[in-house]
Design a protein around this ligand. Structure first.
Ligand SMILES: [Zn+2]
Length: 443
């Protein structure tokens, strides 16, 4: 048989092969357990499970005594897991018996953004990378004197790491928001877009004042390859997408060059917290850190935004000396989380060493604090506390974003009160007063 005829004969197989290769990962009958951490032994067992057993997906980044841990198991592996719970007397409940059902439901709220209509973005929905980036471009075009697109660099698969800069003029201090470094934490991407909306498009006067007072750099999706993959292939994908042997991806929030691989990260590429072959081994963390460093001396407040757990975490909780403003940072954070709770009663825990026991190093927050020496650095874990986890439903998206914005504005207010931030406009006013006093003294 001639080669061309042979190829033609099997041409029909190509779409079938493509279908098989592109089929989304399904989570039919995957079970989500909520397990209570009652004592030190429970804590050690769960941390060991997270770091060394790749059969199960432990959704929490922070394991604390007295709190629940969410563990997802395939139907095949759940009997073994329940046996472990029984052996160590771990109390558990089943939060969900079929994760795929929740994912199917969520598909209905993945919306399409209509280009050139920035107000049409909906705040009880999720959007793909293309739609988020299209919206950012349109916001920059709609506010050409104030907003501009900034590109920190490219991802492994060649996508832009795109952010928006908001600036009402030179001389202002910087607030930096980095979201979406973990692909499956979709609420963190929408929260960043919501902040942009409040600063520029909404009629939130307090937010508009904050936009006037500071330069804002907001990156909604700092792991674009992972985010695309979480939409197209595997909703619960966390890492980047660089191939490492037979595995894919690095936990980009364990890859920063600050206490790299010291605790809470893995050397095994199979692990969800694989820290990469070396610090800053990944193009995404290299690009972002270089960009942050380039404006580092101007940054007063840095937020690394994740989900879930409802935490506001301050790096270096166990350290004094060089990080002597730790107690101020916690104080400012607690007050801000008080303001966050006003709207819907949502409680956040502001982290210190006594409360948040599971440490993880190599994150962006630690690097920004240690190497860029930004005075106020927080890692935010948005809603919820584990009932829906990464699959935050439609009716919680907008409330989450509203209360988060309340918290951000209060963070700024409290930081100013504690003397940590000096807004641009207020610097101008104080300079003006200084000049007047100077001239009066000569009269
Ligand atoms: Zn995260």
């Amino acid at each position: 048989m001639p080669v061309t005829l042979f190829i033609k004969k099997f041409l029909f197989l190509i779409p079938l092969i493509a279908l098989v290769l592109c089929e989304k990962t399904r989570f039919d009958n995957y079970v989500l357990y909520k397990v209570l951490v009652e004592n030190d032994q429970h804590y050690r067992i769960l941390v060991d499970l997270k770091n060394n057993n790749f059969k199960y997906d432990i959704w929490n980044d922070h394991i604390s005594l007295g709190r629940y841990v969410d563990i997802m198991s395939s139907p095949e592996d759940k009997a073994e897991l329940e046996k472990l719970f029984q052996k160590y007397e771990l109390k558990y409940e089943i939060a969900n018996e079929n994760i795929q059902e929740v994912i199917d439901k969520e598909n209905a709220i993945i919306k399409t953004y209509t280009r050139s209509n920035i107000r049409s973005m909906e705040w009880n929905a999720y959007y793909t990378l293309d739609h988020i980036y299209g919206w950012l471009d349109d916001v920059a075009a709609a506010y050409p004197n104030v907003a501009s697109i900034v590109i920190a660099g490219k991802s492994y698969e060649g996508r832009d790491i795109k952010g928006l800069k908001i600036s009402h003029g030179p001389g202002r201090r910087v607030i930096f928001i980095e979201s979406g470094i973990h692909a499956r934490e979709w609420i963190s991407m929408t929260s960043a877009c919501y902040v942009i909306n409040e600063l520029l498009i909404s009629n939130n006067t307090q937010a508009h004042a904050a936009a006037q007072d500071y330069d804002w750099y907001i990156f909604p999706v700092t792991n674009p390859d992972g985010y695309v993959y979480s939409h197209e292939q595997n909703r619960l994908w966390r890492k980047s997408r660089r191939p490492i042997g037979n595995n894919f991806g690095v936990d980009l929030n364990r890859n920063w060059n600050s206490n790299w691989l010291v605790v809470g990260a893995s050397t095994n590429p199979q692990s969800l917290t694989y820290a990469g072959p070396g610090p800053f081994s990944e193009p995404e963390t290299r690009a972002l850190s270089n960009f942050i460093r380039s404006i580092g001396d101007k940054i007063d407040l840095y937020l690394s935004v994740h989900s879930f757990g409802q935490y506001l975490l301050v790096p270096f909780g166990n350290s004094t000396g060089a990080y002597a403003n730790y107690y101020d940072a916690v104080n400012i954070g607690r007050r801000a989380m008080g303001a966050l709770a006003v709207r819907y009663g949502t409680l956040y825990q502001t982290g210190n060493i006594a409360e948040v026991l599971y440490l993880a190093t190599g994150g962006s927050d630690e690097w920004v604090k240690e190497h860029v020496r930004v005075p106020l650095v927080y890692c935010v874990e948005l809603r919820d506390r584990g009932l829906n986890g990464f699959l935050l439903p439609e009716d919680e998206i907008l409330p989450n974003n509203q209360e988060y914005m309340d918290g951000v504005l209060e963070l700024i207010y409290q930081a100013e009160r504690f003397g940590y931030m000096n807004s641009g406009s207020r610097i101008h006013i104080s300079m003006f007063i200084l000049l007047i006093t100077f001239f009066i003294s000569f009269l």
